[in-house]
Design a protein around this ligand. Structure first.
Ligand code: GLN
Length: 486
C-alpha cells in the first residue's frame, strides 16, 4: 500500500492490515507523520507532534502484534487534544499560562490507550481551555478546516476534528463541555461522539466545567467510535463521577436495520437563522432513517430556548473555580511582581486570553454574594427542567435526531468580534451536556461543498442504541466515503 493509502484507513481496517502483515505499525505511523509534514503547515491541527514517541511506540506495537498479544488499537496512530495531560509531551490547553508545561502523570484515557499499545502522534490544537466554537481562541494560532482553509474547523476540539478529516490521524480524542466534540466533527465531516457523563474518566482532562466535561472520540466511521469507546470507557477510582458498572461491548451494538427503533423529532431543533442546505440535508437523513425501518415520533423539548443562557451561567461559574489554580505558583507561566497579589494578577493577566478572562469574570459574577441565587441557583433549576424534557421524550423514543449545528463551517474571523454569535454555534449541542446524555454527530451531506452533520441524542448510558442507529444510517448513506481533497 502506498503511504497515501495508509492514511485513508479506519482503525478497524488498520487492525486487519497490521495483523495480516500487509504493513507494519512503523510504516503506518511514518505515513501519518509524512502526511502531517505535508499538510499541517496549512491545517495547523497539531500543537505538538510526538514523532520520536510515536515511532518508538510503533516499534513496540509491531513486536506485540508479532507475539500475538495485541489489542484492537495496538499500533494504530491517534491524536490527543492538548487538554489531556501526558508525561511524554507538553500539555498547554492552548494557553500561554501553560506554555511548555509537562505533566508528571498521564490522564486515565491516555494510560488506557498506552496499555493497549496505541501510537500517539501528537497533541492537537483547541480553543484555550476548550472555551470556544472555532479553535480561534488558541494562544498558538487557529486551526483551519481541511475542506476549505478559509473556514474554521469548529471547536473547541478543532485540531482533533481536523486531524482526522485531513488524514493526519486515524482517530483522535477531544472533550465536549457544550458541543466541543460534536460541533467540530460536524464542521469537518467526521464522526464525533460525546459519551454519557460518567461513562469515561475525566482524570487528567484539564477541567473546564466539571459537571459537563466529557472525553470522546473523532473518527471516520461509527465503528471506530465504538472501538475507541470500548478502550476508554469504564470506572476509574481517580474520578468519583465515573460510573461503577462495567461498560458493554459497544462494537457489538452496531446494526444495519432500524425496524422497531423510535426516532424523536423535536420541533425546537428548527430555529431561525438555520441554513437551507443544513435543513435539507438533515431532513433527507431523517427520511433515510425512516426508510431503514425507524418510526418517526414528534417530541417536544420545551426548555431548549433556555439552554444557551443556562450553560453560559453554569459553565463559566465552574470554570472560574477550576481556573483559580493557575496562579503562577503551581504550574506553567509565572510573572514575578513585588507582592504575591501582584504576581497572581500579572501572571493571570498575561497568561490568559480574552475569552478565558471573559468566562472567569462572568462566572465569578454569577457566583458572587447577592447574585448567586439570581444566576447560579436559577441556572441549576433550569438545568433540571432541561433534563426533565429529555426524560419525558425518552419515555416515547429511543433516540432524538436533528442538526448538529445551524450552519456549516463559518469563515475564519467572521465571528471573533461577536461572542454571542460564536455561542450560537452550539445551540443544538449544549442541552445534551446539561442533561448528561450521550450524543453523536455524523456526516449527512454537503452544502456548498462543506459537510453537514446529523446529531443523534440518546438516553443516559445507552450509547449502544445511539451507535447502532448511527451505524445503520452511515452504511446506508455512504457519506463517510467523501474525503477532504487536501
Ligand atoms: N463552545 C462552547 C463554549 O465555548 C462549548 C465548548 C466545549 O464544549 N468545550 O463553551
Amino acid at each position: 500500500m502506498s503511504n497515501r493509502d495508509l492514511t485513508r484507513l479506519t482503525a478497524a481496517e488498520a487492525r486487519t492490515g497490521l495483523h495480516a502483515g500487509d504493513f507494519t505499525s512503523v510504516e503506518l505511523t511514518q505515513a501519518h507523520l509524512d502526511r502531517i509534514a505535508a499538510v499541517d503547515g496549512d491545517v495547523h491541527a497539531y500543537l505538538h507532534v510526538m514523532r520520536d514517541v510515536a515511532l518508538t511506540q510503533a516499534e513496540a506495537a509491531d513486536a506485540r502484534i508479532a507475539s500475538g498479544t495485541a489489542d484492537v488499537l495496538t499500533g494504530v496512530p491517534i491524536a490527543l487534544k492538548d487538554i489531556l495531560v501526558t508525561t511524554d509531551a507538553p500539555t498547554t490547553a492552548a494557553s500561554k499560562i501553560l506554555d511548555g508545561y509537562v505533566s508528571p502523570y498521564d490522564g486515565t484515557v491516555v494510560s488506557r490507550l498506552r496499555e493497549r499499545g496505541a501510537v500517539f502522534l501528537g497533541k492537537t490544537n483547541t480553543d484555550e481551555f476548550a472555551m470556544g466554537s472555532s479553535t480561534e481562541n488558541s494562544a498558538f494560532g487557529p486551526t483551519f478546516n481541511p475542506w476549505d482553509l478559509t473556514r474554521v474547523p469548529g471547536g473547541s476540539s478543532g485540531g482533533s476534528a481536523a486531524s482526522v478529516a485531513a488524514r493526519e490521524a486515524v482517530i483522535s480524542l477531544g472533550s465536549d463541555t457544550g458541543g466541543s466534540i460534536r460541533q467540530p466533527a460536524g464542521f469537518c465531516g467526521v464522526v464525533g461522539l460525546k459519551p454519557t457523563y460518567g461513562r469515561v474518566s475525566r482524570y487528567g482532562l484539564i477541567a473546564f466545567a466539571s459537571s459537563l466535561d466529557q472525553i470522546g472520540p473523532f473518527s471516520r466511521t461509527v465503528e471506530d467510535a465504538a472501538i475507541m469507546l470500548n478502550a476508554i470507557a469504564g470506572h476509574d477510582p481517580m474520578d468519583s463521577t465515573s460510573v461503577s458498572e462495567p461498560p458493554p461491548d459497544f462494537r457489538a451494538a452496531l446494526r444495519t436495520d432500524l425496524t422497531g427503533v423510535r426516532v424523536g423529532i423535536a420541533r425546537e431543533y428548527t430555529v431561525s437563522g438555520m441554513e437551507a442546505g443544513v435543513t435539507s440535508s438533515v431532513s433527507a437523513a431523517i427520511a433515510q432513517l425512516e426508510a431503514l425501518g425507524a418510526e418517526l415520533v414528534d417530541v417536544s423539548l420545551p426548555h431548549t430556548e433556555y439552554a444557551l443562557a443556562t450553560y453560559y451561567i453554569t459553565a463559566p461559574a465552574e470554570a472560574s473555580a477550576n481556573l483559580s489554580r493557575f496562579d503562577g505558583v503551581k504550574y506553567g507561566l509565572r510573572v514575578d511582581a513585588p507582592s504575591l497579589q501582584d504576581t497572581y494578577r500579572q501572571t493571570r493577566g498575561d497568561g490568559f486570553g480574552s475569552e478565558v478572562k471573559r468566562r472567569i469574570m462572568l462566572g465569578t459574577y454569577a457566583l458572587s454574594s447577592g447574585y448567586y441565587d439570581a444566576y447560579y441557583v436559577k441556572a441549576q433549576k433550569v438545568r433540571t427542567l432541561i433534563k426533565q424534557d429529555f426524560d419525558e421524550a425518552f419515555k416515547r423514543v429511543d433516540v432524538i435526531a436533528g442538526p448538529t449545528s445551524p450552519t456549516v463551517a463559518f469563515g475564519v474571523g467572521s465571528r471573533t468580534d461577536d461572542p454571542y454569535q460564536m455561542y450560537l454555534a452550539d445551540i443544538f449541542t449544549i442541552s445534551a451536556n446539561m442533561a448528561g446524555i450521550p450524543g453523536i454527530a455524523l456526516p449527512c451531506g454537503f452544502s456548498e461543498g462543506l459537510p453537514v452533520s446529523l446529531q443523534l441524542l440518546g438516553k443516559a448510558f445507552d450509547e449502544q442504541t445511539l451507535l447502532g442507529v448511527a451505524h445503520a444510517y452511515e452504511r446506508a448513506a455512504g457519506w463517510f466515503a467523501h474525503v477532504a481533497n487536501l
